[in-house]
Design a protein around this ligand. Structure first.
Ligand code: OGA
Ligand code: NI
Length: 208
């Protein structure tokens, strides 16, 4: 196991009680480092593309809503981060066991927000495709400090909660429930973002 039963149970309990949970030092160090290396290599190889909004034929580029660049990961091709996929499998099994969900699949992308970019308030579900159950974000920003911006702002029932995107912090939340936004960033902001799905994703679909 990548985390102890108790660490997983804390995550499950918080997610069930609040619809979100923030976990610092989420990944084992070797997996975290492998993601950072892979991220930089994918940037170098120009694999990132301007992200769109909406799924399938609705997918459109709207920089006034969303300014990040993404690269969709593939378990079979991105073998450098094999450990991450193994941990995602483990987490998915634990969520299924304790939350009585039947998560079947996941999708992950690397995301890079250039200086000045943001992602306006939204839910992580599409009108045409509502199979995203749980959002998972892992931040990769080693030197983030106050004033660097790019916080994840979550709209909770009674307040807004700003979460600094610091390295190896993980945020999990219910994709259809938590309204959220990425505030304008003053540094290049990096993350690995993904979704646990209740139906297998459609092969070859254009994803947003
Ligand atoms: C998203 C998103 C939040 C973040 O990609 O849908 O809301 O903190 N990301 O990166
Ligand atoms: Ni989102």
């Amino acid at each position: 196991m990548f985390k102890t039963e108790n660490e997983y149970l804390y995550i499950i309990d918080e997610l069930a009680a609040n619809d979100f949970v923030v976990v610092n030092d989420f990944l084992p160090n070797d997996i975290f480092e492998s993601i950072k290396v892979h991220f930089d290599e994918c940037v170098e190889a120009e694999k990132f593309e301007k992200a769109g909004i909406g799924a399938f034929a609705d997918n459109t580029i709207k920089s006034e809503i969303r300014g990040d660049y993404t690269f969709w990961l593939d378990k079979k091709k991105d073998i450098k981060i094999k450990g991450y996929f193994e941990m995602a499998d483990e987490l998915m099994a634990i969520i299924n066991r304790y939350c009585y969900l039947s998560l079947k699949d996941y999708e992950f992308h690397l995301a890079q927000y250039p200086i000045g970019s943001f992602y306006k308030k939204h839910l992580d579900q599409f009108k045409s495709r509502n199979n995203r159950m749980i959002t998972i974000i892992i931040y990769l920003n080693e030197a983030w400090s106050d004033g660097d911006g790019g916080e994840l702002n979550m709209y909770l029932v009674d307040k807004e909660l700003k979460i600094p995107p610091i390295a190896n912090r993980c945020v999990l939340f219910k994709s259809d429930t938590i309204l959220h936004e990425v505030l304008p960033t003053n540094i290049i902001r990096k993350s690995l973002t993904g979704w646990f799905l209740h139906k297998p994703k459609v092969v070859g679909a254009i994803l947003g």
